[in-house]
Ligand binder design. Structure first.
Ligand SMILES: Cc1ncc(COP(=O)(O)O)c(C=O)c1O
Length: 422
């Protein structure tokens, strides 16, 4: 393990040197970075020691004291409350607008299926959605007779072109918009503020898939005005699998019905027929028992992210992407397939290499150089996720391998073409 400081400087008012020390610290605290070049947080983020220790601590508490002992139950309640509070802080929301879920897709499903939709109502989504948003949209068409409009977006569209396309697709009767704020396949940050305003003018509910945003771009959901927003633990936040958060704006909680229900929905009930459901309590979206070790890990993941400083993270990851753009554009045969526009660039960098199948190149990078990244088949590109535990040397190593692949060609690893989902 490197000799980075144990106590990193606080987030506010850091000098550039202190900020650089913070990135070195998190790199040193992320064990996989000592072994290989991990560039895949858009799929699942590299965990830090702090996250793993929090999960261990809780698992050992259950092991040694038993899961239902008073002290252990109190710890569970405190962990879940802290998670909702920190989630609200990170999202720019109030704690009573946050439900704990299992992942982004679950949150999107709760919101999409909870909105009252009539046959023929228009649902708008885009051509650059992940299955986590796209399949609930198709399901709304299949099961509820929605009129589905798919906005055709391209990686080189600017915000103006996107807004125009959304405007057309919304028509005058859109009822729902399902869209990811950062696309997994183009890396673009979409102009959500304008899209939300346009959708609200038509009376549509806007549900955002934030799988690629939490832990990546600073979020202020109250300022955004969105109706529902789902995020995961395991991507840019680098928390454990199996946890996520769903934000539902306070004034929408009553009319977005839960699709799976448990005792948390009931204000009162008995076995003789008395049942009074809660309406405006966000906890109605949570279903029964959840994993406390995972919640404890997500708490630390959010604490670490807030400790880095959301704006500092955002500046750093886009700085790394700019570095990658400059490095890769000097390689003959490379076409950059993520957005290069300042207001759309993110920490997701995508490129195509002439004559090389991206679904073969990504596993070859792993086999030859222990670079972990993924291909995005729909984009015909390899995707590098550049996070704050990465640095310029990671980009350089990857670029050199790609140069070699272009010069010498690659042998198939046998893994090409296999579906990738993250
Ligand atoms: C945009 C987007 N939405 C949804 C998902 C699925 O996320 P989760 O596993 O949290 O449901 C992903 C995963 O890659 C994604 O990139």
């Amino acid at each position: 393990m490197s000799a980075a400081p144990d106590n990193p400087p606080a987030a506010n008012g850091r000098t550039p040197e202190e900020q650089a020390a913070r990135w070195e610290w998190i790199r040193a605290q992320t064990p996989v970075m000592q072994r290989l070049t991990y560039l895949n947080c858009g799929f699942s983020g590299a965990r830090s020691l702090g996250v793993a220790e929090a999960m261990d601590r809780r698992a050992h508490l259950e092991l040694e004291e038993g899961p239902t002992t008073r002290n252990v139950m109190d710890d569970k309640m405190a962990t879940m409350t802290r998670l909702r509070e920190l989630g609200a802080q990170m999202l720019g929301a109030d704690t009573d607008e946050i439900a704990i879920t299992g992942n982004t897709t679950e949150g999107v499903n709760i919101a999409v299926n909870g909105v009252d939709l009539k046959p023929g109502d228009r649902v708008v989504t885009t051509s650059i959605e992940h299955g986590g948003g796209m399949i609930p949209a198709y399901w709304a068409r299949e099961r509820r007779g929605a009129d589905l409009a798919i906005v055709p977006l391209r990686h080189d569209d600017g915000p103006g072109a996107m807004i125009e396309k959304f405007d057309q697709a919304l028509g005058d009767r859109a009822a729902m918009v399902i869209v990811s704020e950062i696309s997994y396949s183009t890396g673009q940050l979409l102009p959500m503020r304008q899209v939300i305003d346009m959708a609200h003018q038509r009376g549509a509910t806007v549900i955002i898939d934030g799988a690629q945003t939490a832990g990546h771009v600073p979020l202020d959901l109250h300022a955004l005005g969105v109706d529902a927003y789902a995020v995961p633990s395991h991507k840019w936040l680098c928390g454990p699998d199996g946890m996520g958060l769903l934000y539902v704006r306070k004034d929408r909680i009553a009319d977005i019905a839960p699709v799976k229900v448990s005792g948390r929905l009931a204000a009162e009930w008995d076995h003789e027929g008395d049942f009074v459901p809660k309406t405006d309590d966000v906890l109605k979206y949570e279903v029964s028992t959840m994993s406390t070790p995972a919640a404890a890990g997500m708490v630390v993941a959010i604490e670490q992210y807030l400790g880095h400083g959301p704006q500092a993270v955002w500046d750093r990851v886009r700085g790394l992407t700019r570095y990658a753009e400059e490095r890769f554009e000097r390689i003959p045969g490379i076409e950059i397939r993520s957005s290069r526009q300042t207001d759309m660039r993110t920490g997701l960098f995508l490129f195509a290499a002439e004559g090389l199948d991206a679904t073969e190149l990504a596993p070859w990078l792993w086999q030859e150089g222990k670079v972990v990244c993924r291909s995005v088949k729909e984009a015909g590109a390899v995707r590098l996720s550049l996070h704050v535990y990465n640095n310029e040397a990671d980009v350089e190593r990857t670029a050199e391998l790609v140069e070699r692949a272009l010069k010498e060609g690659i042998m198939s690893t046998g893994a090409g073409g296999r579906p990738e989902e993250g």
